[in-house]
Design a protein around this ligand. Structure first.
Ligand code: PEP
Ligand code: MG
Length: 636
């Protein structure tokens, strides 16, 4: 039964849009802000879906009904399994990444109604407690869900809490499916939604995602849901513009209302004005074009026109970004900021909790390298758990950016440092890992850190822990002018450099990263910053030591030729920037970049450098990028 509203067949797309424009003129534009879930802009008529509630009318049964009730329960289990298998079969029409994301969830549901605690428990409630089958399912799933929630440590971090919530939701979800099948109240179907519609719902289940056809629907909006739930993950995997948490929208829509959904900004505009519509149309076209190019790009190597290979990796802040990284075409993680694990919790995570997180990331990267940066506390990065445990003072230093930061804190708090190193070393047994130290300014810090690193490794070996035979490389961030200018000395101590231009710019120009009053002075293209980048890069190259850039400038494709010209061949950037940087790499020749970098490095001021960068980009606009066999750019 299709509960999708409204039921009459929709008029063709052009008529709908014309009607929408008329209606839009009659009703004012309304903007709803929700949570940005999946990038892209959609324009379309909104279609709401409702679902009749499955009401449980009988709670208890007589002893004589036990056999019949158990048979009903078993039939509902069989029917649920069939539905889930059917959903799985439907996945074949979805893009590969969507399948990879959704199939394990459906498998999980199927497992839960196999020979599971849920099924045994529900049967027992029917037989021993004389519960109706529906009631038995509800009670049992709720008990399991609560037990899962109870397992989550009181001091769990945001990510851990989200994972616990997701697992508990999965159990409740399979319970709801069983109850629907027992009460014969069907699920809503999305089959009746007209092509190009925007689906609006109060709430969407993760399994609903398997029913959505991304080639027919323009976008998805729901009033409930958060950024880290299963539904969000599914919608992202489907690649449809989507916004969740858009409160008040369902109440506000009228039949035929048109909306613009901006999934990247988390915004829904109901009854868009002609100007909003025109801008949205341009955004839709640009996004579609870009997506096509990026999909093709993913399979192409990050190499210049003259065949120079470039390592293109992603920065990771929180593990929910992993699917985006997988889709981006990045080969590994060049900067895993481990701070998130310590945030939003009352106490510091122990070795096992940290190990689980690192292992999860290492596994997800399937053998591609993962560079884990040890805790970088200080400056603008405040962490409550560290204050709670007396690891850092309640009141920050007079000038926190110049106080106990990064490696300085870790060397003063060896227990904190050793716990993290131990967890990383254990995770390193499962993939390719590198360890990176933040905020280094002198060789003594690297030596001291290496001593601790080796001591932790020896201790783990004595403990019989599984570990890689050879210790993972221990590298450093170059993010202070001191480190950049001492790069030749540091290169003798460290195994690799990652140039952090965010802090390097701040410290070189004496500009606080978070101070709006001096934001105009924050300029990574300041010749002083570029000279430090050049000096550190050349020191590493002379030593044949790996060097990369992981600050924000690495994600700006306009600056890729300059960085290549300075000799850099490895970049770690936000997942969303990977395709753009790859395009930039594939559009240039190294000699050309080197000549360009030499010109840039002769300049005295950032404005002139910006002009040169813009000019270089303009000259090469439209050069190859996508096709491996495409002719070389005429300008090269
Ligand atoms: C940097 O400083 O450039 C960097 C990558 O580190 P973060 O932004 O985490 O301080
Ligand atoms: Mg930094």
């Amino acid at each position: 039964m299709n509960k999708t509203e409204p039921s009459p067949p929709p008029p063709p797309q052009h008529k709908r849009m014309a009607r929408a424009a008329r209606l839009a003129a009659e009703r004012p534009e309304m903007v709803f802000t929700g949570i940005a879930i999946s990038a892209g802009v959609a324009i379309g008529p909104m279609f709401g879906t409702t679902e009749a509630p499955a009401e449980i009318t009988r709670l208890r049964i007589q002893a004589a009904d036990i056999a019949g009730e158990t048979a009903r329960l078993d039939a509902a289990i069989v029917q649920s399994r069939k539905q889930l298998n059917k959903l799985k079969a439907r996945l074949a029409v979805l893009p590969e990444e969507s399948q990879a994301e959704i199939a394990p969830l459906l498998d999980g549901y199927i497992q839960m109604i196999g020979p599971s605690r849920l099924v045994r428990g529900a049967r027992r409630r029917v037989a021993e407690m004389l519960r109706s089958a529906e009631n038995a399912v509800v009670e049992e799933t709720e008990e399991i869900a609560l037990a899962i929630q109870g397992q989550g440590a009181a001091d769990a971090g945001t990510e851990e809490r989200a994972s616990v919530r997701r697992r508990a939701d999965e159990v409740r979800e399979i319970g709801r499916r069983l109850v629907r099948n027992l009460t014969h109240v069907p699920f809503r179907s999305f089959a009746g939604l007209p092509e190009g519609a925007v689906l609006v719902a109060e709430a969407l289940r993760p399994a609903d995602a398997a029913l959505l056809d991304p080639s027919r629907l323009a976008g998805v909006v729901a009033e409930e849901g958060g950024a880290d739930g299963h539904t969000a993950v599914m919608l992202r995997a489907l690649g449809m513009p989507a916004v969740l948490g858009a409160t008040g929208l369902v109440q506000a829509i009228r039949p035929g209302d048109v909306a613009v959904v901006d999934g990247g900004a988390g915004k829904v505009v109901l009854n868009p004005s002609p100007a909003t519509l025109a801008a949205a149309r341009r955004a839709v076209t640009a996004f579609a074009r870009e997506r096509q190019r990026f999909a093709r790009l993913r399979r192409l190597p990050a190499e210049t026109l003259d065949g120079e290979a470039v390592e293109l990796q992603a920065n990771l802040e929180i593990p929910v970004e992993l699917p985006l990284i997988a889709q981006s075409g990045a080969v590994g993680i060049g900067l895993f900021r481990s701070e998130f694990m310590f945030m939003n919790r009352e106490s510091v995570p122990d070795e096992d909790a940290q190990f689980d997180t690192y292992r999860g990331v290492v596994d997800a990267m399937g053998g591609d390298p993962v560079t884990i940066r040890v805790l970088d506390w200080g400056g603008e990065k405040d962490i409550e758990a560290l204050t709670n445990e007396g690891i850092v003072p309640e009141i920050a230093d007079v000038n926190p950016a110049l106080g106990i930061r990064g490696i300085r804190l870790l060397l003063r708090q060896p227990e904190l440092f050793e716990t993290q190193l131990a967890a990383i070393l254990r995770a390193a047994a499962f993939g390719s890992v590198r360890v990176m130290l933040p905020m280094v300014t002198n060789v003594a810090e690297v030596r001291a850190a290496r001593e601790i690193y080796e001591r932790v490794a020896r201790r783990l070996r004595r403990r019989g822990e599984r570990m890689p035979e050879k210790l993972p490389p221990l590298g450093i961030m170059i993010e202070t002018p001191g480190a950049a200018l001492a790069a030749d000395a540091l290169a003798l101590e460290a195994d690799f450099f990652a140039i952090g231009t965010n802090d390097l710019t701040a410290y070189t120009l004496a500009v606080d990263r978070g101070d709006a009053d001096v934001a105009g002075l924050y300029d990574p293209l300041h010749p002083a910053v570029l000279r430090l980048v050049q000096f550190a890069t050349e020191a590493a190259l002379r030593m044949r030591m790996p060097v990369s850039v992981c600050g924000e400038i690495a994600g700006n494709p306009a600056l890729t030729p300059l960085l290549l010209g300075l000799g850099l061949r490895s970049f770690s950037v936000n997942a969303s920037a990977v395709p753009r940087v790859k395009l930039a790499v594939r559009a240039v020749e190294i000699d050309d970049c080197a000549r360009f970098a030499r010109r840039v490095m002769e300049q005295q001021d950032a404005e002139k450098i910006r002009e040169l960068v813009a000019e270089f980009g303009k000259d090469r606009a439209g050069s190859r990028g996508l096709s491996p066999a495409a002719p070389r750019s005429p300008s090269t």
